[in-house]
Design a protein around this ligand. Structure first.
Ligand code: ATP
Length: 514
């Protein structure tokens, strides 16, 4: 199965089992907007809990807030979004399709990397044990030429983006002979700037309504509350403020399912520090966040850091944590050193003093900020793609979502073997003993095999079967999702067993002991 086929299957599976639906589907949907179904919302809530607790509970110097989506319009002037929150767009005149010009070039770069990787693999097979990859990369003329061209284009793109030189971006697209994936032609328009913020009006028109924006990031809600939290929480630098909430961007190209949406959710943490300390904290948060991802057990090789070529207007260092999706390595999270750009500008634009008196140094200053910013929906996509597994069994195939148990939407399914002989009553008793602590399902319909398949498809870690023996000795069978192994345990033991396996404790321990 190709990665593309796998991705299509994942999208279909997500819909079929109530994870993700296209928004307002009965009206044919709304582009790049999605709804979470009954399974999706549980998964998403668990991801949010994993993030929130790892920030606010594991770090005694981080607190949370929940700021409004609407903010005073001056906020977005101060943050630079009114002036600079733009993407370069380009249209293909034949297909009438619109693209992000930088993404077209990035895709071309990724293709060159694939070409090189293929050559390396071929050579590895040819030379066997004695293969020296570094030497091959240096000396093979075809590879050396591809690498040289790739690096030149990469450098030109980074410079053009930094200089906002759109003519040069267009020239790169022409020089690389990039074609529109739909029409296959190179009939491109000029490259233009496009602001990604959604506008709306607040107040009635008669009163003279004001234009406001739907926030394109949650961070500014934290910056404008810096003094409120610092003072009321008696916070001492270094300290952080965490927040989870919706953000909105009028993305030019919205593709790849929930990877790029126009309404999405972010989990952001801004960490306030002394000026000059930023590189130390930048490295700290890079390591902390990477270990948060890796604790989920999706494989060390599926992650990498990707440092930014173009630093955003606010940053002096920035990297992405990328995950290898079925469509390649892509950004899931950003770690940015934002200097005093935001607080400094809010001080300027609001006329309020936004400073911290440091009792240790006896000085007042505008704190520096290192932030970690992750998209909830991209994280959902990461978990879905890492967990989706097709297995061939002796008599049939199964699709099983191998979610880390702490993230699984449903933790346990309680299944009476038959619908009579007092088994449903006992099964309800088991269900009631678990429901205060966990999302569980009770299911008595169809054969036990079919019921197992249904639970596999939504990734339930435990199926608990109540049979005739259960009535005699108050034991049940517990079937483990991944191994399908079954064990017999007493009903009294169940809550402890399940609690141990589905708790976040194991994940947190890995982060703390990294
Ligand atoms: P990209 O380069 O993919 O457009 P970005 O660098 O603009 O993303 P940030 O502004 O750093 O993204 O936002 C932080 C995080 O928010 C991203 O790492 C991503 O997980 C998430 N995010 C950003 N834009 C979207 C979107 N349109 N849909 C879903 N998640 C998003």
């Amino acid at each position: 199965m190709t990665q593309e086929e796998l991705f299509k299957k994942l999208v279909a599976h997500s819909k079929e089992y109530g994870f993700i639906f296209p928004s307002s589907e009965i009206y044919d949907g709304l582009s790049a907007v999605y709804d979470y179904g009954q399974m999706g919302v549980e998964l998403k809530n668990n991801i949010k809990k994993y993030w929130w607790d790892s920030m606010v509970k594991l770090n005694d110097n981080i607190v949370g807030i929940d700021a409004a989506i609407f903010m005073h319009p001056r906020t977005w002037e101060a943050s630079g979004h009114v002036g600079a929150f733009n993407d370069p767009l380009i249209d293909n005149k034949d297909s009438k399709k619109r693209y992000r010009a930088d993404v077209l070039i990035e895709d071309w770069l990724a293709k060159q990397d694939e070409k090189i990787a293929k050559e390396v693999e071929k050579a590895r097979k040819r030379f066997g044990e004695s293969f020296d990859e570094a030497m091959f990369l240096e000396t093979n003329p075809r590879v050396a030429e591809t690498r040289k061209k790739r690096d030149q284009v990469h450098e030109r793109m980074a410079k053009a983006l930094n200089d906002n030189d759109f003519d040069e971006i267009k020239r790169i697209i022409e020089d690389c002979e990039i074609v529109c994936p739909i029409s296959g032609t190179r009939n491109w328009t000029e490259v233009r700037q496009f602001n990604l913020m959604f506008e709306t009006k607040i107040g009635s028109v008669a009163d003279g309504a004001n234009t406001i924006y739907l926030r394109p990031e949650t961070a500014q809600g934290i910056f404008v509350n810096f003094l409120n939290v610092q003072k009321t929480g008696r916070m001492k630098i270094p300290f952080g403020i965490a927040q989870i909430g919706k953000a909105f961007r009028n993305e030019i190209v919205a593709r790849q399912f929930i990877f790029r949406m126009r309404e999405f959710e972010q989990m952001e943490m801004q960490f306030f520090i002394r000026p000059g300390d930023e590189m130390r904290w930048y490295e700290h948060w890079k390591a902390f966040r990477m270990s948060w991802h890796k604790a989920l057990g999706f494989g060390e090789n599926h992650y990498r850091f990707h440092d930014h070529d173009k630093l955003a207007h606010y940053a002096n260092a920035a990297t992405d944590i990328e995950y290898e999706f079925p469509f390649g390595f892509k950004e899931v999270e950003g770690v940015h050193s934002r200097t005093d750009f935001d607080l400094g500008n809010h001080q300027k634009f609001s006329g309020r003093k936004i400073q911290y008196f440091d009792p240790e140094t006896g000085e007042s200053y505008v704190p520096y900020v290192v932030e970690t910013s992750i998209g909830v929906d991209r994280m959902v996509l990461q978990v879905l793609s890492a967990s989706y597994t097709e297995e061939k069994l002796e008599k049939e195939d199964r699709v099983v979502m191998k979610f880390p148990p702490a993230l699984a939407p449903v933790k346990a399914a309680v299944l009476p073997l038959v619908k009579k002989d007092g088994l449903p009553e006992l099964a309800h008793e088991v269900f009631d003993a678990l429901k205060f602590d966990h999302v569980c399902q009770y299911d008595e319909k169809d054969s036990i095999g079919k019921r197992y398949r249904r639970q596999d498809a939504i990734g339930t870690p435990f199926c608990i079967t109540v049979d005739h023996q259960s009535r005699e000795d108050r034991t049940v069978t517990v079937r483990h999702r991944d191994t399908m192994a079954q064990e017999r345990v007493t009903i009294d033991e169940l809550p402890r067993l399940i609690d141990e396996e589905v708790s976040f404790r194991k994940l947190f321990r890995q982060i703390v002991n990294r």
